[in-house]
Design a protein around this ligand. Structure first.
Ligand SMILES: [Zn+2]
Length: 293
């Protein structure tokens, strides 16, 4: 017997409502990034899309069949106890707000852990994409989905967050990831207004830079609040100055699906190109500005 049912009523509702809504968000972003591209592509789309789709083929079912049922199952078992009882005494909107803030902070802190050596073995599969667009949002090693269960399913349960909130936030998380990975050129004035609050495509582009200190910034998924509080927010790198990827893996012919699936077992590489040079950014003549003024 499985530990958690793959389709409790809450998850059935998630499939019925969030599934089509997320598909619509994806379709909209696909059209927008095609009509208004933000960064110039370095590789043909079919080459990357095929690779990213083949990586998503085990990763998305792994998330749906293990991570999501664990989120609901653990939250249902833990909600009446401990912190959940304290949270239940709060007025409804305040409780919901605190739950959502806690979940978004867990998403931020999990992403920081993914950049620590052990989990970077998995997360580098995502970062090695040589361009970034909507399909990058689904380019994950399935092992990263499984590894996230103790953090992203057990901790919300321990905090007493309700299963419905966990799943609703998960839909927001997926929509946010699709948005900030997309290559959609929002008008700069609009993105400057959004960036203090939400993680935007330009901000997350900086996180996918081959420059190490830039990749160590902008870990947020939905809100930029946590990057601001932890001083990891970086908004001042123009998109056309960015090279997307991991410097050790610049060669697309060495990114076959089989090689990427085996990448977690490969030794960790230093943050340098194969010839040993380290990507940097020369000191600018004037202040770098884009999202920040
Ligand atoms: Zn990352």
């Amino acid at each position: 017997m499985p530990l958690f049912s793959a389709s409790p009523p809450l998850l059935q509702r998630f499939d019925r409502w969030a599934g089509p809504a997320l598909a619509l968000v994806g379709l909209g972003l696909l059209l927008l990034e095609t009509r208004h591209p933000l960064r110039r592509r370095t590789r043909p789309r079919p080459e990357r899309w095929r690779r990213n789709a083949l990586l998503a083929a085990p990763a998305l079912p792994a998330a749906r069949l293990t991570l999501l049922p664990a989120m609901v199952g653990l939250a249902q078992r833990a909600a009446p106890h401990g912190l959940g009882r304290q949270l239940a005494r709060l007025p409804g909107p305040l409780r919901l707000g605190l739950e959502v803030l806690a979940l978004d902070y867990l998403a931020y802190s999990w992403h920081r852990l993914l950049h620590a050596p052990l989990l970077w073995r998995l997360h580098r599969v995502h970062h090695s994409d040589l361009d970034m667009d909507l399909t990058t949002a689904w380019r994950f090693h399935f092992g990263e989905m499984l590894a996230s269960i103790p953090y992203r399913a057990a901790l919300p349960a321990l905090l007493g967050i309700r299963p419905a909130t966990v799943l609703a936030y998960e839909a927001v998380f997926e929509a946010g990831a699709a948005f900030h990975h997309s290559n959609w050129r929002l008008p700069l004035a609009v993105e400057r207004r959004l960036a203090p609050l939400l993680v935007t495509p330009r901000a997350h582009g900086i996180h996918h830079s081959v420059v190490h200190r830039e990749s160590q910034s902008n870990f947020g998924v939905v809100l930029t609040l946590w990057d601001r509080l932890h001083r990891t927010l970086r908004l001042n790198v123009p998109q056309q100055a960015l090279t997307i990827g991991v410097p050790a893996y610049p060669d697309p012919t060495r990114q076959t699906v089989a090689q990427l699936l085996a990448l977690p077992l490969a030794p960790l590489e230093p943050w340098a190109r194969p010839d040993g040079t380290v990507p940097g950014r020369p000191a600018p003549a004037g202040p770098l500005t884009e999202l920040s003024r």
